[in-house]
Design a protein around this ligand. Structure first.
Ligand code: GTP
Length: 171
């Protein structure tokens, strides 16, 4: 009999870094939209994943990046198993804000929460202004995991979630 494990995951980061797009890719079979509404408050998505002879039911909360929703977002950290902090590799500002996102997670989330930093939009090679090394260095400093993705091409999206779930499961 397979073990069935429910995991709660919250996705945070500045507005328009691609949180909703990453989750569309991951939970709705690979659709990418260029026109997409900014998230208001919180959205909920699900996906199940078989790994290491277990079935994981992921309950994923897609949060709004806009400043005015910060208090709501914070209240979802409390029961989480994993938190994904997303920035956009073509936005220096979104990268600078990563530290603040991680600090606010650390204040409210359980102590053993697993954090994954995602640098998204790596398909925008000409607009990239945050290097892979900068992302890796920051994640190392903050003591969290790291991966770069593109919600547009789908690169590393599956792998990112697998990486997160494996880390939660093995800790
Ligand atoms: P909020 O809901 O406001 O917090 O934004 P969000 O982080 O959920 O961003 P969203 O997914 O709404 O994407 C914002 C814009 O970036 C949209 O126009 C997307 O099509 C675009 N986008 C998202 N991911 C990628 C990507 O990997 N590559 C490219 N080129 N564009 C992307």
């Amino acid at each position: 009999v397979r073990e069935n494990i429910t995991l709660k995951v919250v996705v945070v980061g500045n507005s328009s870094v691609g949180k909703t797009s990453i989750l569309y890719r991951y939970t709705q079979g690979g659709i990418f939209h260029t026109e997409i509404d900014s998230t208001i408050g919180i959205d909920y998505r699900e996906r199940s994943l078989k790994l290491q002879n277990k079935t994981f039911q992921l309950q994923i909360w897609d949060t709004a990046g806009q400043e005015r929703f910060k208090t709501i977002t914070r209240s979802y950290y409390r029961n989480s198993d994993g938190i994904i902090v997303v920035y956009d590799v073509s936005s220096r500002d979104s990268f600078i804000k990563v530290r603040e996102w991680v600090e606010s997670v650390t204040e409210s989330a359980p102590e053993n929460v697993v954090m994954l930093l995602i640098g998204n939009k790596i398909d925008l090679t000409n607009k990239r202004c945050v290097t892979l090394e900068e992302g890796q260095d920051l994640a190392k400093k903050l003591g969290i995991k790291f991966i770069e993705t593109s919600a547009k091409t789908g690169v590393n999206i599956e792998m990112g979630f697998e990486f997160l779930v494996k880390t939660i499961n093995n800790q």
